[in-house]
Design a protein around this ligand. Structure first.
Ligand code: DOR
Ligand code: ZN
Ligand code: ZN
Length: 357
């Protein structure tokens, strides 16, 4: 039995495609293939490359290497740092959001100095989104800075119940604030660390069952699902004293969410809001309604098993390997072209995209 439904092309506002600098983990070609295989027609790439994207030339270089090689559409975020401020005006038409790292994670972009943070929040355009990696207490600081400077604040990868409470409160007060959750924080808990070890080392880390249940209970506070696709090789994860933070997620977010829809944990309409409508709205991307030129088809009844060997990401593994799910991507249509059909990808037909274009 099958039940095929057409949905708007999915948008992932938070991926790490690693190019340039760490192409052994992922590159624009393999990363956007993984996007297409996950039902995403648009993804937005983070700036925490080894040479971080904090000046105009580095951003232009990234755009140039991506052109002609990508399978999904691809846009870029700019990195927050004191030296980046001088380029904020220049990158307004090229970069979607400003990403500020307020806690330690992969890459060199951590900022903890209050004065620097103040200057950065103050200088970024008030019409554009500030995205923060700010966990727990640090989130309070980010909210206060955004209130002070009237920024449009987007909170990346919410993982704690207390973060949900802070965001709920800020929304009630009328603040311009949105947030995302990643599937690893919705479908895994600290208990899975015993089984999965280094593979689930990430920032923010996996949280307690209580936190995860609290997020599910407060799904209405969330604006979107983002994969935080952060590929590292099997060897880096397995054979290291200090394994790098992050897990791949582009190809597993849709199956996990379709499975949750089948389990009646949320409606299909709400899933589309979280994975397409809301991310499009926040970053001003065209609405791509069903019936237009860009859409996906999923089979809600298809039962299958997520397997490492079927993945397109160069990382080649997923913490969800071996999981049985119900609901599978069937087709992806990008600007009228068939780019995915039953595990086959055609292209590259993706385009580099820019804000308000
Ligand atoms: O686990 C993570 N990995 N968290 C981040 O914030 C960055 C990411 C990466 O780039 O590997
Ligand atoms: Zn982060
Ligand atoms: Zn990230």
């Amino acid at each position: 039995m099958s039940r095929i439904v057409k949905l708007s092309g999915l948008v992932d506002v938070h991926v790490h495609l690693r190019e340039p600098g760490l192409e052994h983990k992922e590159d624009f070609s393999t990363g956007t293939k993984a996007a297409i295989a996950g039902g995403y027609t648009t993804v937005l790439d983070m700036p925490n490359n080894p040479r971080p994207v904090i000046d105009l030339n580095t951003l232009l270089e990234k755009i140039e290497i991506a052109e002609g090689r990508i399978y999904s559409d691809l846009g870029f975020h700019f990195g927050g740092s004191k030296s980046a401020i001088q380029f904020f005006k220049d990158v307004e038409t090229q970069a979607f959001g400003l990403k500020i790292y307020m806690n330690q994670t992969t890459g060199p972009l951590l900022i903890e100095n209050d004065q620097e943070l103040d200057e950065i929040f103050s200088a970024w355009s008030k019409d554009k989104v500030v995205m923060v990696h700010a966990e727990g207490e640090t989130l309070t600081k980010a909210i206060n800075l955004a209130k002070k400077h009237k920024n449009k604040l987007h909170v990346c990868h919410v993982s704690l119940g207390s973060e949900i409470d802070q965001i709920k409160k800020a929304k009630k007060e009328g603040m311009d604030i949105t947030c995302e959750v990643s599937c690893h924080h919705l479908f895994l808990t600290t208990e899975d660390t015993k089984r999965l070890g280094a593979f689930v080392i990430m920032t923010p880390p996996l949280r307690s069952k209580k936190d995860v249940e609290y997020i599910w209970k407060n799904l209405d506070v969330l604006d979107m699902i983002a994969s935080d696709h952060a590929p590292h090789t099997l060897e880096e994860k397995k054979n290291s004293q200090k394994p790098p933070f992050g897990v791949p997620g582009l190809e597993t977010s849709l199956p996990l969410m379709l499975n949750a829809v089948n389990e009646k944990r949320l409606s299909l309409e709400r899933m589309v809001e979280l994975m397409s409508t809301n991310p499009r709205k926040l970053f001003g991307l065209s609405s791509s309604e069903v019936g237009e030129q860009t859409y996906i088809e999923v089979d809600l009844e298809k039962e299958w098993t997520i397997k490492n060997e079927d993945l397109f990401t160069k990382a080649g593994w997923s913490p969800f390997d071996g999981m049985k799910v119900k609901g599978r991507l069937k087709k992806v249509i990008l600007r009228g072209r068939l780019v995915y059909h039953d595990e086959h990808i055609f292209g590259p037909f993706g385009q580099v995209i820019f804000p308000n274009s």
